[in-house]
Write a protein that binds this ligand. Structure first.
Ligand SMILES: [Ca+2]
Ligand SMILES: [Ca+2]
Length: 82
């Protein structure tokens, strides 16, 4: 999957691929919403080394899935899911 911006052959990728991956980041249960259920799953999966969760769990876009993503996602959920 393309994460950076320019394809190896120099072509410009489609716009939607540059802005976000084909999964909703943080949507661990894949219901199209970001809420406390995803946070629970994120906390569970953060200790698993699985490439699928590396993409979906990278909430702060630093290309790795770790506790800093969980912290940021927690704040996001607490501010938005009242
Ligand atoms: Ca969800
Ligand atoms: Ca991250």
């Amino acid at each position: 999957m393309l994460v950076g911006g320019i394809e190896p052959d120099g072509s410009t990728p489609k716009k939607e691929e540059t802005t976000k991956p084909d999964v909703l980041v943080g949507d661990f249960n894949k219901d199209g919403l970001l809420n406390i259920f995803d946070l629970s799953l994120m906390k569970y999966f953060v200790f698993k080394n699985n490439d699928e969760y590396k993409i979906i769990g990278d909430f702060n876009s630093d290309k790795s899935f770790n506790l800093s993503d969980v912290v940021k996602f927690s704040r996001f959920i607490l501010n938005c899911d009242k």
